[in-house]
Ligand binder design. Structure first.
Ligand code: ADP
Ligand code: ASP
Ligand code: MG
Length: 243
């Protein structure tokens, strides 16, 4: 039995069928007896749509209200993913960032995680439930919802893996792993079996980003080894770790 944190990005939970596909994948890991904490993003496009709507109402919307708004994208997918699991006989419970004990500073729209109180989560894990956590969001000391910057669900997953001392952290996305360049742009880009945190940050600063840079920095700081892989097949992905 292993303790696994998985993260499924926006395309992977992009519609009802994909959410069902993710639930089936999670069930397979659960059936092997693993403990699972699963972070999900908003459906792809939802966060951008919400931003566009806000800007159509206010040219420079208050950041607190932006966070209040943007957090709903992930709140939809956690509930639907938990329901998809229950529908196939897997006990699951959804958690917002606040419910998962993710405490941040007060920097709305780009908050930093300060601490994670994993006690509620640990309790449900021990009870055998699969826990579905909303990526990209936390709560500050005043009780206001914050968000962690675009792509922030990656950070939620890495930080939770560190907090609960996961044996494995898997970042599921819509490509097979980390490539030498963006495979959608560079046709002969090559998939890497392994890459260091520094090399991954270099790729990002050269414009080729598969994960939020802050999440990679966080992983480097807390030595969280993770694998980037596809939610659409079973190909091995890319292991990211210290050199
Ligand atoms: P998710 O919604 O799962 O978080 P993202 O869209 O944020 O996924 O990141 C995955 C995308 O990153 C891929 O579809 C790919 O086009 C892009 N990408 C950019 N650079 C790279 C790279 N070096 N290796 C792999 N994917 C890359
Ligand atoms: N939904 C957020 C975004 O689009 C966070 C994420 O997908 O990681 O930036
Ligand atoms: Mg992303």
């Amino acid at each position: 039995m292993a303790r696994i944190v998985q993260k499924y990005g926006g395309t992977s939970v992009g519609d009802v069928d994909r959410i069902k596909n993710v639930a089936a994948r999670i069930k397979a890991f659960r059936d092997e007896g693993n403990q699972l904490v699963v972070v999900v993003s908003a459906r792809s496009g939802v966060t951008n749509e919400l931003i566009a709507r806000a800007k159509a109402i206010h040219p420079n919307p208050p950041e607190r209200e932006m966070d209040q708004l943007l957090s709903i994208g992930e709140q939809e997918t956690i509930a639907l993913t938990a329901m998809a699991l229950e529908a196939i006989g897997v006990e699951a419970v959804s958690y917002t960032g606040a419910q998962a004990g993710i405490f941040t500073d007060k920097a709305h729209t780009k908050a930093k995680i300060k601490t994670i109180d994993a006690r509620p989560l640990e309790k449900d894990l021990s009870a055998g439930k699969v826990i579905i956590v909303a990526g990209f969001q936390g709560i500050n000391d005043d009780g206001h919802i914050t968000t962690l910057g675009r792509g922030g669900s990656d950070l939620t997953a890495i930080a939770l893996a560190a907090a609960i001392k996961a044996d494995k952290c898997e970042i599921y996305t819509d490509v097979d792993g980390v490539y030498t360049a963006d495979p959608r742009v560079v046709k002969n880009a090559r998939k890497l079996d392994e890459i260091s945190y520094d090399e991954m940050l270099e790729l990002a600063s050269a414009g080729s980003k598969v994960m939020q840079s802050r999440s990679v920095e966080f992983a480097a700081k807390y030595d969280v080894v993770f694998e980037v892989r596809s939610s659409f097949n079973n190909n091995p992905g890319t292991i990211v770790k210290q050199e």
